[in-house]
Design a binder for this molecule. Sequence first.
Ligand code: SAM
Length: 242
Amino acid sequence: MPDVRGEKGLQLNQQTLSRRLERVAAHVPAGARLADIGSDHGYLPVALMRRGAIAAAVAGEAALTPLRAAERSVREHGLDRWISVRLANGLAAIEPEDGITAISICGMGGETIRDILDSGKARLSGRERLVLQPNGGEQPLRQWLMDNGYRILCEEVLRENRFDYEIIVAERAGPVLYTAEELYFGPLQLKARSPAFLLKWQRLLKLKQQTLSNFARARHAVPEQKVQELARQTRWITELLA
Ligand code: SAM
């Protein structure tokens, strides 16, 4: 697996998903026709199919080496009839006749996930559940969801191997309005304030305070706008944890 944080060295396979992918799997509706975009080895669709949790899947991959790995694991498990592995950029992997009802895009930056959704908009029927697991960049991803009429149905923060991961589940539901703080922290997480969520922000507050004091000591002036933005975020986090 090229670059999913913290999972190197773990014996993951199509039966034993990482805790992160296990939580993603829990948000895929039973009997779904799943498109897993950026599927890498195809761990998620293969595990779900083997458990009888989904009806069919498309595993989309933009890179050849992971594509071949996904093809191999689909073949080894005799799942060729149910899982179609496709070399494609983002949502171009999906065809209307696939009848996709859920899309997972996991283990990439939030901006990358946003760009995949935005450039593939024409492939979305609007009836799919989106199960997204960004590694950072959650705010711009939530902004895209709001701008495109997606309501956030569920959010999770989980920690695995010293990294904090977020999962965002959304469905298109017409106009939704989130405040700037809700887009930053997550509207549901802000209400639920789970221990994992609060710990994540305690850790981030320390980092941001450190960066602010580095800015103050910097020999070359840091653009004022950048300082103001960081100061605003630090204030929000301090208020959250008060
Ligand atoms: N989704 C898996 C997971 O969460 O464990 C794999 C994550 S891996 C870090 C990211 C994968 O996404 C890589 O295999 C990469 O080739 C693929 N990828 C990145 N951009 C893509 C795109 N635009 N379309 C399809 N696949 C993409």
